[in-house]
Structures are given as structure tokens and as C-alpha cells.
Design a protein around this ligand. Structure first.
Ligand code: PA5
Length: 471
């Protein structure tokens, strides 16, 4: 293993000792929860051993990793652009990896500067202007498209698939197939069917791994490898976190403690908003990815015993320091309905000194001798302290440095934390019936075969819809 450094979770500012009893959790509350938490760890272990939680074993998939690396190597230098087309769990992990580990302006570097790795774009939304805008700047002959959909039927992805493949065929004839690679279920779905028929290159999303838990499958790994990310280190980081989180002792297992803290502050202290606030632009994609993971996994109408609960806490992304000048006023003086999780990086890859000659304005002299790194750190520490002084619960996950290894740890930590949180809330953290309902309505409204009944119901509802109130 390249680097054994792990993530450090500091939750002092979540505790009543620091912020008082009204908003803080007591040690006794954690002690009371500990035996239950212990049981959940063992339940998860048992479910894992029965193959029920395959996302937990993803860090150990040697064959597929080799296949991805070999494919990426064989394609290196052949394409100027890689366009990932997918949505939700089939897109957010790609953006998170790319944003975290590649040059912040990767796509506007020259080919030489990118060392011939392609530019990476992720098309998720069906916004026609953004879609057309991207097609304006990527030439078909220079571009590889990776279509990703677990179900193989998602309307946004498949609509874009149809447009892009037609454009490729028109421009490149039968060679168009070399510009397509699909990532989908091994058996089911329209995209798998088309892949077989057309003979596209393809990766398989392992069965039983839901979209938002799939970043460490070919869903996230292929575009990562294509852009030069060390995916072996990414998986090693995840495997390392798996070991860190083996303990069934609440006080030793950061994923379990994270789930317990979020759960207790929600259910005992009324904090129904979870702010994920990296002090790093590079980690902003991880915050977006986390928001989907947390929201879709835990926002549920029913418990596992079929009781109606309408539970879940709302994840919100904020980026330090930018959101100090946007959201922070609300976090400081607004309602006591939030917890903030800071993501902090101890050592940025660059140290940028603030150039300061002798002619510096007297008002700016205080910056002399500092680096942007000190400014960032002072703003982070200052914000954390200010929130704590106002008794707003917050915790900090610190990584020594951002690398493929530490990013792999973060992914695994948050996925496991979410799975444990599903146990605490007693909900199914792996389905998404609410999302499916939206998909069904879209199919019906677009006239897909098999959805005629729903189309009629929607028509009736739209006709009856209240039209009284408008301006
Ligand atoms: O996490 C999930 O399951 C969802 O967010 C899906 O990833 C998203 O709906 C896209 O689905 P699919 O990958 O089937 O196109």
C-alpha cells in the first residue's frame, strides 16, 4: 500500500460538552446507541457474507480493474475528448473523481500538457442548449462517448444516445462503433441489447450495485483511468477504509460514528439538514456525489416494517470559502436545523505565497509572509470556531493530502456511513421508489409502449388541475 494515512474524524463540536445540551449530543446518548450500532455492524457483515451488499467488495475486483486499465491504455492518444453520458449515480462519481484528481483546468490544457489524456466532459442533463453547446466543441472523429446506465433505459441517457450515435454514424460510417463504449447491466436493458447487436465495446455494472454506490465499478473507474487517474490507488484507498471500519465498536469506526452522529442530531436535536462543506474546490464534486448518496438512500416514506415515516435529512453542498460569502449568514444566524461537516485538506498540492514587496499598502501588510494556504486555513478555522461559538453542531473530516488513495477512502467511508444510517433509520438505503415514479411519469408523457394506462391517468390529472391561481 502506497500511503497508509487515513481520514481523521473530529466530532468534538457535535457534543454537548462543547456546544451545550440543547444542540449537542451527550456521551450518554452515544453510549446508549452503542450496542445497537454494534448489532448493525454485525448485520452488515452478515449481509455482506451472503452477497447482499456487493458494493462493499468492489475494492477487491482485480480482473475488472486490469480490464479497465488495459482498455484505457489501448485507447490512449486516440481521442482528444471523452464524453461520459449518464445521470445520477451514473454521472456524479465521474465528476467527483475528475474534479478531485485532475488539473483544475484539465479541459483547457493543451494535449501536451494533458500528456495526451483526453479532455473529460460529463453530460447528464437533457438541457438542449448545454447538450448542443458541447457537441459544438467536440468533433466526432476526435471523441469517445461512454454511455452509462445501469437500467439501460433511462430516458435522459438514451435520448442523448440516439442523437449522438446518429451524428457519429452520419460522420464516420461504420467506424462509428469505435467511438462508443457502453457501461450497463450484463443482461438487462435496452442499452445492453443495442450493445450486443452493434458490437460496441462495453463494461458491465456488477449486479446488485445501485447507481449511487457504483463509483468504484467501471461506472467511475473507466473515465478515471482514461484521464490518467491511478485507479489501483483509488481502490486501495477504499480497501484501506474497509479495514479501518471493520470494528463493531462505535468509538473506533468512523463510518458508524458518522451515521450515529447524523442520526442522533436529526432525531434527538431536530437537525434535519446536513451541510457537506469541503474547504477545497477539488472536493466540490465529492460533496455533490455525497448529496445524492445521502438523499436518495435515506429519504424514504416507509420503514422496513412498512410504517409510513417520511424520514430523511436533507443534504446541502457548500464550498469553503466561497459559501462563507453566500450561505454562512444563514448557517450562523438562521434556524438551528443543521449540522455542518467540513472536509479539510491539511496539505494542498501547491503552496502559493502572497507576493509582497515593501511597497505594500499598509492596510494589506497583515498578508505579508502568508500563503493562500494560510488564508484558506484561517478562514476554515475561523468559520468552524464561529459556528461552534454559536452552538451550531459541526464535525470535520481531515485528510493529509488529496490523492487517489485518500479519495478512495472518502468514497468508501460515505457509502458505508450511508448503509449504517439506513439501519439506524430502519429504511431501505438501496432502493429509490421516488425516483422510479418520476421515470415512469416521464415515459408515460413521452408515449412509451407499456405506459398507456399511466398516460391516461396523467391526462385526466392535468385536465382537472387547478387553473385558478396564476399571475
Ligand atoms: O442511484 C441511483 O440508482 C440513481 O441515481 C441512478 O443512478 C439514476 O437514476 C440513473 O439510472 P441509470 O443508471 O439506470 O440510468
Amino acid at each position: 500500500m502506497k500511503d497508509k494515512k487515513t481520514i481523521h474524524l473530529d466530532f468534538n463540536n457535535m457534543m454537548a460538552d462543547t456546544i451545550g445540551l440543547e444542540h449537542g449530543i451527550t456521551e450518554q446518548e452515544l453510549k446508549t446507541l452503542a450496542p445497537v450500532a454494534n448489532r448493525y455492524v454485525n448485520d452488515v457483515k452478515e449481509e455482506r457474507s451472503r452477497g447482499k451488499l456487493p458494493f462493499l467488495d468492489l475494492p477487491y475486483q482485480k480482473n475488472i480493474t486490469t480490464e479497465i486499465i488495459n482498455t484505457a491504455n489501448s485507447l490512449k492518444g486516440k481521442f482528444k475528448n471523452l464524453v461520459v453520458v449518464g445521470i445520477g449515480g451514473s454521472a456524479l462519481g465521474n465528476t467527483a473523481i475528475h474534479t478531485a484528481l485532475n488539473h483544475p483546468f484539465h479541459n483547457i490544457l493543451t494535449d501536451r500538457e494533458r500528456k495526451s489524456f483526453p479532455r473529460v466532459f460529463v453530460l447528464d442533463n437533457v438541457d438542449p442548449d448545454r447538450f448542443s453547446g458541447l457537441l459544438d466543441i467536440v468533433k466526432p472523429e476526435e471523441t469517445l462517448f461512454n454511455f452509462i446506465t445501469k437500467s439501460g433505459t433511462t430516458v435522459e441517457t438514451m435520448a442523448q444516445f440516439l442523437i449522438i450515435t446518429k451524428r457519429l454514424r452520419d460522420r464516420l460510417g461504420k467506424d462509428y462503433k469505435d467511438h462508443v463504449i457502453t457501461t450497463t447491466d450484463s443482461e438487462n436493458g435496452t442499452l445492453r441489447e443495442i450493445t450486443r447487436r452493434e458490437g460496441f465495446r462495453s463494461f458491465v455494472i456488477p449486479g446488485g450495485v445501485g447507481g449511487r454506490y457504483s463509483v468504484l465499478t467501471p461506472v467511475g473507474l473507466f473515465s478515471a483511468a482514461m484521464s490518467g487517474v491511478d485507479i489501483v490507488a483509488l481502490l486501495e484507498g477504499a480497501a484501506f477504509m474497509d479495514k479501518v471500519c471493520k470494528s463493531d465498536n462505535l468509538w473506533e469506526n468512523p463510518a458508524l460514528m458518522g451515521a450515529a452522529l447524523y442520526f442522533l442530531s436529526h432525531t434527538k436535536k431536530g437537525k434535519n439538514i446536513v451541510v457537506m462543506m469541503p474547504y477545497s474546490n477539488a472536493l466540490s464534486g465529492v460533496a455533490d456525489w455525497f448529496c445524492q448518496l445521502w438523499a436518495e438512500s435515506l429519504g424514504k416514506k416507509f420503514t422496513l416494517n412498512n410504517e409510513v415515516v417520511h424520514t430523511g435529512s436533507t443534504p446541502v453542498k457548500a464550498v469553503g470559502v466561497v459559501d462563507q460569502h453566500s450561505q454562512l449568514q444563514l448557517y450562523m444566524e438562521g434556524p438551528y436545523d443543521k449540522i455542518v461537516t467540513f472536509l479539510a485538506i491539511k496539505r494542498f498540492s501547491k503552496e502559493v505565497s502572497i507576493v509582497s514587496g515593501n511597497d505594500i499598502e499598509s492596510d494589506l501588510v497583515y498578508l505579508k509572509g502568508h500563503a493562500l494556504n494560510n488564508v484558506m486555513n484561517a478562514e476554515f478555522e475561523g468559520t468552524r470556531l464561529a459556528l461552534t461559538e454559536q452552538k451550531h453542531p459541526n464535525c470535520t473530516l481531515t485528510i493529509d493530502e488529496l490523492s487517489a488513495f485518500t479519495l478512495g477512502q472518502l468514497f468508501y467511508l460515505f457509502e458505508l456511513q450511508t448503509a449504517y444510517a439506513g439501519k439506524f433509520y430502519n429504511v431501505n438505503a438501496f432502493d429509490q421508489p421516488g425516483v422510479e415514479a418520476g421515470k415512469i411519469n416521464a415515459f408515460a408523457m413521452l408515449g412509451r409502449k407499456g405506459f398507456e394506462q399511466r398516460e391516461r391517468e396523467i391526462d385526466i390529472q392535468l385536465q382537472r388541475a387547478q387553473k385558478k391561481y396564476h399571475i
